[in-house]
Design a binder for this molecule. Structure first.
Ligand code: SF4
Length: 317
């Protein structure tokens, strides 16, 4: 079980620091008070760190949405090179922080990770841009989980992000140990059902990769496994995929269940699949049978034994 805090990068203004152009902040209580109990934040404010004052003139993205310029709104100064020059150095510095993810401030021309307004020459915005720093960060760390505070208000996206950062943390513990195929195989064995709940396709591919681990150079095996792991968790675990995992688990103790128990469990899974109850309901019943019938393989599954914070997440419909 994880005992040290997960390190996450975060846009500084989300922590309540007065770094915004107008001297204000964008404190997000879920991030500071709830998630903050489990993580250690590494704050980054691109605009202040690249040398701009507080308060300052507001900025916006202009031009081609794929490679926009960062322009001050009133005096029309181009800040793109200044920001890009600083960001190039900063992302290399951040490598040393061992981050498990980053939470960006939405809609910001510097920090927004998607759908940031980009203005054309007629002054009309399209919501297709990425903030200058956010883009460079994501290009530098393509596998790191990233979200913005707006998207994290959606329970499904929040669950997914938190599962990803905790899984990455557990994976980092594997890679700090001496390299061995056995360590990856152990990790995979415990995460199989979690992976299945996100992507049946990756579950298959990763199973095959692990089976032919001996045929690959060790570094290549680690790299391929890590890439597939992060790719799989990027895909959201939906009620349909979770119901599939729950039924799969039922197969492990089906023979021991009475007809009534079987019927009840199938009903509970079905009610969940139709989104009438939260995931925690069928999970709790499955956990009960896993204990009752002492199912050793399932007992080890992270899917059934996540971190307490991950567990709380399964409470929404
Ligand atoms: S959105 Fe980004 S650049 Fe703007 S104040 Fe927040 S951290 Fe700084």
């Amino acid at each position: 079980m994880i005992d040290k805090k997960i390190k996450l990068g975060i846009s500084t203004c989300l922590l309540g620091e007065n770094v915004r152009y107008d001297g204000g902040h964008k404190l997000d209580r879920f991030l500071t008070d709830t998630l903050g109990q489990y993580v250690q934040y590494v704050p980054v404010c691109p605009e202040v760190e690249c040398g701009l004052p507080v308060p300052r003139e507001s900025m916006r993205l202009e031009g081609n949405p794929d490679s926009p310029q960062l322009i001050t709104s009133r005096t029309k100064q181009d800040m793109t090179d200044r920001m890009a020059h600083w960001a190039k150095r900063r992302v290399v510095e951040i490598e040393g922080e061992d981050l498990c993810g980053f939470i960006f401030k939405s809609d910001s021309p510097s920090s927004g990770m998607e759908r940031v307004r980009v203005y054309n020459e007629k002054g009309m915005p399209v919501k297709k841009g990425v903030g200058i720093f956010a883009r460079m960060f994501m290009e530098h760390f393509p596998l790191l989980p990233v979200e913005d505070e707006g998207r994290l208000h959606d329970p499904e996206l929040r669950d997914n992000f938190i599962e990803r950062i905790f899984t990455l943390m557990r994976w980092r513990e594997v890679i700090t140990k001496k390299e061995s195929r056995g360590n990856v195989v152990d990790f995979h064995a415990k995460h199989k059902l979690l992976i299945l709940s996100h992507s049946p396709k990756h579950y298959q591919t990763m199973g095959k990769l692990v089976a032919r681990a001996k045929d690959l150079p060790l570094k290549e095996f680690y790299w391929q496994y890590q890439t597939l792991l992060m790719e799989s968790l990027k895909l959201n675990a939906t009620p349909k995929k979770n119901a599939n995992v729950l039924q799969h688990m039922m197969g492990y103790f089906k023979e021991q269940l009475s007809a009534d128990e079987k019927k009840e469990l199938l009903e509970v899974i079905e009610v969940y699949r139709k989104c009438h109850t939260p995931l925690i309901v069928p999970i709790t019943l499955v956990q009960h049978y896993v204990r009752k019938y002492d199912q050793s393989y399932l007992k080890e599954q992270i899917y059934l034994n996540p971190h307490p914070l991950e567990l709380q997440l399964r409470n929404h419909v």
